[in-house]
Ligand binder design. Sequence first.
Ligand code: PLP
Length: 418
Amino acid sequence: MSLTIHRFDPTPCGFPSPRVPLLPALSTDDLLAAMGAPPFASPFCRAGNAFHTRGRYALHDAFRRSGVAPGTAVLLPAYHCRTMLDPAIRLGAEILLYPLRPDLSPDLDALAACLASASRPVRALLLTHYFGFPQAVAAIAAWCAARNIVLIEDCAHALLSGGEGGGAEIGTHGRYAVASPYKFVAAGDGGVLLDNGDAGTGSGGDATLGAGLRPQGLLREGRALLRALLAGRRQRRQRIGPAALAALPNEFAALQRRALLPADEDLQPVSGPSSHYLADEERRAGLALSHRLLRHCARDAVAARRRENYRAWSAAAAALPNCRAVFPELPASCVPYAFPLYLERPFPDFHRLKHLGVPIWRWDEMAASSCPVAADYRLRVLHLPCHQGLHADELAWMIAAVALVVRADASPAQGEQA
Ligand SMILES: Cc1ncc(COP(=O)(O)O)c(C=O)c1O
């Protein structure tokens, strides 16, 4: 089956840069912790893991090792970003997009139907722990094992999350697991691949996964450190404060009088990996600096801040019209990556939020599938930051901006169109 992608190019909209950082910035405290804090005990810090520059390249190697190649197929979740598809596209495999339930868990009956539709042998299944919420892995692991399909856990959002119901740690159920440290620690890059070995045969994992990766070299390491420190300083200096909060109602009133320009949207066939995927990076190691920041990250402090910020978002969303939290409850096992907010009125609310400078990720560039949840969430689910680097003023400003937008009349100004 050929793949088509919903393209969403926001260039014509003229959105400004976000006024709050989407990811945590490096601070001197992080550097001190990297030198002095005890190592962080996690499967993602095991010796023998590969440390790539991004999770997408770790995923490429996981697929390759699972036998994903031309003439084979791979099961990927219907709700995804481009970089989750890119590695499989690069390997020339057929992509089968399996449907998800509204809580983003796979539906085993739908998975079976998806498998039955495959015209090529299915080698691997990617299971994503969305936003840091651990999936119930055991049932999917058993399903895969019974069909000789390699299970790969996508922990890009779940680096710091715990085991499901007190069970084994996240990232230890699948044959392979990948993580994306730069989403959690203030690192310049990072993509971890770990190999848990084959539970069926009892064979251990490959302990030399990263052996062939090219190190970045001292010059790049030094430049990356300097860039990260300067970016951190800039972010702290430009941090919005109470004045920005006080100015919001007037800014929003002016925005409501403006016509909003629509994005460029269409459906296009997929001819190769996206521009976010660079084949040259497949064999390059991530920065030694990022690796050190991961191994010495202050896990408990980071987890506590993220959970606190998430709860503030969730409490705010519960009191607002025209939106809701995708996951209102935060289980003890979850260290959230972001706060997923479902918007009833993606237009004009998404555009208005972007014009105000609210930092938002949204998976609007997604492959078309038969999954109604992915179709619904593509434009309606916003990924809002809840990271440990947020200042209380920034969180208060973002929540106030969302409240203004979702409470406002959605009727477009003259000339506005969806
Ligand atoms: C769920 C998920 N998996 C995998 C990836 C790829 O991770 P990376 O950005 O480290 O390449 C992403 C990227 O955002 C992601 O959101």
